[in-house]
Design a binder for this molecule. Structure first.
Ligand SMILES: Cc1cc2nc3c(=O)[nH]c(=O)nc-3n(C[C@H](O)[C@H](O)[C@H](O)COP(=O)(O)OP(=O)(O)OC[C@H]3O[C@@H](n4cnc5c(N)ncnc54)[C@H](O)[C@@H]3O)c2cc1C
Length: 435
């Protein structure tokens, strides 16, 4: 049995695992990322829509997204490396968020944007027509499933308008961006081990002491970080801490549809991000002049919690329902016979806010429960998780005196205790991918 030693082991080489590794390595930690897959970002990060948007229902959500946004603007300088595979880039499109009953007509969202000084425009239904190709702006809420005879029938003459946030867009290639971070981390001394499964979390004298790998190797470290995405709860079980957290995580199966733009519409270059809580879908321009259509988890849709090692990879009615919902808004949208797009997993927490925290096992840390909406925040999370880990290892008690982290781009202090594993369920959450 081989034994190796590191200052910190990170389980997972997705966008968040790699960003934590890079920031820890910058602080002088000798790190190792272990991933069962064959490269960086091959897990749920590869399925990400990589939408970068600043609207969240809480000021903390907005603050973290805004800090993350600046890292993406600054990407090559932040990473300070050149990747032979190329660099991912951020494309600004703007985002239109529809007002509806579901989001309390965006009252909380606008208050949170105001608090953080994020600019936005309030649009009337008439104004919205400038941004969308020949839209139907009638109300359809509450959402229904396709089998419902009322599906697709309007319920009101007009929706209530929208908020347009110009600082919004998407990253060209989430997998490539994760590889970019791997290159940056290696450049400052980090190691990566792929095709390797962690099967146990080791402890010595009630402190984490390393991990056991399926190939029989033991790797020792006083710090282990769970960034295993949809497998996070399984890693917590190995560590024996799952029962000692108030907020739990689970794997949720989701489908994202790609459909062509209406004829004559250059959506790839002129389109924007939409979040339509009236019909229950979000969209993004997709390469190939497509609309990418995801779900905002309307109440009528049954959530599909699954075993992350055994779930259906084929499209079901989910993707088609999303396309039909978007076609209510954009009636010229072509509806292909066969579904195309992505089937993947979210690592969902009980209140759809992430857990960024220590745990009840000294030396074992958590960056989990990212609930389909934390790609955008990954670099900012890497920065504060590395500080959290360094400070806790130096004796800070984050549970009683949580880290107050000064974010460098927006010069704002974020109470990291907000993301505690032991918080009460956040009632201000949308309990959906919107966070
Ligand atoms: C369809 C979809 C759309 C999304 N859209 C957006 C969006 O538009 N904007 C946004 O901000 N966020 C979005 N997200 C969320 C975002 O992609 C995730 O929050 C983020 O990618 C999570 O990164 P991660 O590093 O935590 O996890 P992952 O990328 O899942 O990485 C975890 C890694 O851990 C590895 N692992 C697990 N168990 C083990 C083990 N026992 N041993 C070794 N390795 C292990 C896995 O192989 C995996 O590579 C979306 C997610 C999905 C699925």
């Amino acid at each position: 049995m081989t034994k190796k030693k590191y200052d910190a082991i990170i389980i997972g080489a997705g966008i968040i695992g790699n960003c934590i590794a890079y920031e820890l390595a910058l602080k002088g930690f000798k790190t190792l990322n272990v991933d069962i897959l064959s490269g960086s970002g091959f897990g749920s990060t590869s399925g990400s829509c990589a939408v970068i948007r600043l609207y969240y229902s809480t000021p903390e959500g907005v603050a973290l997204a805004r800090e993350g946004y600046y890292y993406w603007l600054d990407w090559p300088r932040y990473l300070n490396v050149s990747d032979p595979d190329g660099m991912a880039y951020y494309k600004n499109t703007g985002a239109m968020v529809f007002k509806s009953e579901v989001n309390n007509n965006l009252v909380n969202v606008m208050a949170s944007l105001d608090k953080l000084g994020v600019g936005y425009l309030e649009l009337s239904p008439e104004d919205m027509k400038k941004y969308l190709p020949n839209p139907d702006l009638r109300a359809y809420f509450p959402q229904k499933l396709m089998g419902d005879p009322e599906f697709g029938k309007p319920t009101g003459e007009r929706i209530n308008g929208a908020v347009y946030v110009s600082e919004s867009g998407y990253v060209s290639d989430p997998k490539l961006s994760t590889h970019n971070v791997e290159m940056a981390a290696r450049n400052v001394g980090a190691d990566f081990l792929f095709n390797t499964e962690v099967i146990d979390i080791l402890k010595k004298e009630r402190h984490v002491s390393g991990v056991a790998l399926k190939n029989g190797t033991i790797i020792e470290s006083p710090v282990v970080v769970n960034v295993a995405g949809p497998h996070s709860y399984l890693i917590n079980r190995m560590a024996g801490i799952e029962d000692q957290m108030n907020i739990k995580t689970r794997a949720l199966r989701v489908e994202v549809a790609h459909v062509p733009s209406p004829e004559g519409v250059d959506w790839e270059n002129t389109g924007l991000i939409t979040s339509d809580s009236d019909t229950g879908v979000y969209t993004r321009p997709e390469i190939g002049n497509h609309f990418l259509i995801g779900s905002e988890e309307p109440k009528c849709d049954p959530p599909e919690y699954v075993d992350p090692d055994n779930y259906n990879l084929d499209f079901t009615d989910q993707a088609r329902t999303q396309v039909m919902r978007e076609a209510m808004r954009i009636p010229d949208l072509p509806i292909p016979n066969r579904s195309q797009g992505v089937v993947d997993l979210y690592d969902v927490s009980d209140d759809w806010y992430p857990i960024y925290d220590k745990s009840s096992l000294p030396g074992f840390y958590l960056a989990i429960g990212t609930s389909g909406n934390q790609y955008k925040n990954a670099p900012a999370v890497g920065a504060f998780m590395s500080e959290l880990i360094q400070r806790c290892e130096n004796g800070m008690d984050h549970d009683t005196d949580p880290l107050q982290y000064r974010m460098k781009y927006i010069n704002h202090t974020l109470n990291i205790g907000f993301f505690s594993r032991n918080r009460e369920i956040n009632k201000d959450s949308s309990f959906s991918v919107i966070g």
